[in-house]
Design a protein around this ligand. Structure first.
Ligand SMILES: C[C@H]1O[C@H](O[C@H]2[C@H](O)[C@@H](O)[C@@H](O[C@H]3[C@H](O)[C@@H](O)[C@@H](O[C@H]4[C@H](O)[C@@H](O)[C@@H](O)O[C@@H]4CO)O[C@@H]3CO)O[C@@H]2CO)[C@H](O)[C@H](O)[C@@H]1N[C@H]1C[C@@H](CO)[C@H](O)[C@@H](O)[C@@H]1O
Length: 403
């Protein structure tokens, strides 16, 4: 039975025909966070029950791989979770399919002006708000201070400097850099570093196979051929974290979701810096996550109040204090405990200059063809030029009448 009274954040309650202040129902929340993050996100989600004894929170961690398809399959079968951790590039996709609840006039959207512009942008589609921001992120260079000091290497600011450092590291049996070859997101700093991009959404033009795009594939290929970087076409996350945590690899490119594990392994030896520049400039992608409400959620008021609680300044502060993930509310960056967090001090300015992607429904579908082309290049079945060209051809198939 649904008896729901929406309680505003200041405790007043509009009676929606139920016992005063009583919110009831079940909220199933699908989370994609990694193992270390999940411990915190589950505890935070379950604490909602203390505030609303009539509500049961069913926290389900489904991991990241295939999460997008799993939600779409579940929604297509009208069997989706009430609230879904929605990656910034999934919002337009899910909304265009009618799978998300429009949140503009619901309790889920509280103090909307407090959200960072770059986080808010990914929640908008076709003039409406389809999700509420959770965390924002970008990629950075994680390095092991002890290994750099032992080899007398300064923190590199460019891929060329990383190639130059290979000799010094080799003398200590250390590999300079790990670059993921199994996750196309990790290709973006190479692409932006050459002044390129996947597409030009304004001009409706595919640009991955232009001169800058080809240069990016060549830059990645060259870094690996030089011996300065190692990579894999599968199990990249596990291999990267094991090598970096174990001291075999001096540097890795990664995001805030890796801070907790990297800090546990390296402690004070962990340093972070901007991703190294390519041949033209330095650039890193903007990523992140939002809360989406399933369009067919049966206990809508409970789902809205759950999202309002999870995206609240109080909850965001707790998540940053426990995991060093980046808040999406400006007010949370004013809290001393957040201001004093060295990881926030580094990543917030990095996010402010990160490269935004076009929030169009097709945006998320550009990565799989890129992943396939990168794998072909790394396994030697495609030259950098062929890899760029194959990706461009795949994009033109996906994006009808784009040039
Ligand atoms: C190929 C995939 O391309 C896209 O994904 C992009 C994504 O759009 C980009 O924004 C970016 O995401 C960042 C993210 O912003 C950043 O926060 C971080 O996330 C952390 C969490 O922080 C951390 O908590 C934890 O969760 O761990 C997370 C993961 O680290 O890192 C993410 C990048 O990993 O990069 C993604 C590309 O990977 C598609 O959306 C699909 O996912 C597609 N895969 C499917 C394609 C299907 C066939 O079409 C195939 O059948 C299926 O089997 C495949 O699954």
């Amino acid at each position: 039975a649904l008896a729901a009274t929406a309680c505003g954040s200041d405790g007043d309650s509009e009676d929606t025909g139920a016992a005063d202040g009583e919110l009831s129902g079940t909220v199933t929340y699908w989370d994609t966070s990694n193992e270390t993050e999940a411990a915190v996100f589950e505890a935070v989600a379950k604490d909602f029950e203390d505030r609303h004894p009539g509500v049961t929170v069913d926290y389900v961690n489904i991991g990241f791989d295939d999460a997008q398809n799993r939600f779409k399959n579940a929604a297509g079968a009208n069997d989706a979770p009430d609230v879904m951790r929605t990656e910034v590039a999934w919002v337009a996709d899910f909304a265009s399919l009618g799978y998300l609840y429009p949140l503009d006039d619901t309790a889920a959207l509280d103090d909307r002006d407090d959200f960072l512009d770059e986080a808010w942008a990914s929640t908008q589609y076709d003039g409406q708000t389809w999700a509420v921001p959770q965390v924002t992120d970008t990629l950075a260079l994680f390095y092991n201070r002890a290994l750099l000091d032992e080899s007398g290497v300064e923190v590199p600011t460019s891929l060329a400097e990383i190639e130059e450092s290979a000799g010094a590291f080799e003398e200590n049996g250390v590999t300079p850099l790990y670059v993921r070859g199994d996750d196309p997101y990790w290709f973006l700093p190479f692409l932006y570093g050459e002044g390129g991009d996947l597409v030009d959404a304004e001009a409706q033009e595919v640009t991955i196979d232009n001169e800058a795009g080809v240069a990016a594939f060549e830059r990645m290929r060259g870094l690996i051929d030089s011996g300065a970087a190692i990579t894999d076409t599968s199990d990249g996350w596990e291999n990267m974290m094991a090598g970096f945590s174990g001291g075999d690899i001096a540097m890795m490119v990664n995001g805030p979701w890796a801070i907790a594990d990297a800090t546990a392994a390296l402690g004070e030896d962990l340093g972070v810096a901007p991703v190294p520049a390519g041949g033209r400039q330095q650039g890193s992608p903007l990523g992140g996550w939002n809360y989406g409400v399933y369009a067919g959620t049966p206990d809508a008021d409970a789902s809205f109040e759950f999202v309002k609680y999870m995206a609240s300044a109080e909850t965001q502060q707790r998540i940053t204090e426990e995991l060093s993930l980046l808040p999406t509310r400006a007010s949370v960056y004013e809290v001393p405990a957040v201001q004093d967090n060295p990881m926030v001090q580094f990543f917030k300015p990095a996010v402010d200059v990160a490269h935004e992607r076009p929030w169009i429904p097709e945006a998320q579908s550009l990565f799989e063809p890129l992943r396939i082309s990168i794998e072909a290049m790394l396994t030697g079945s495609a030259s950098p030029e062929q890899a760029a060209g194959d990706t461009g051809d795949a994009y033109r198939d996906l994006l009808e009448d784009w040039s």
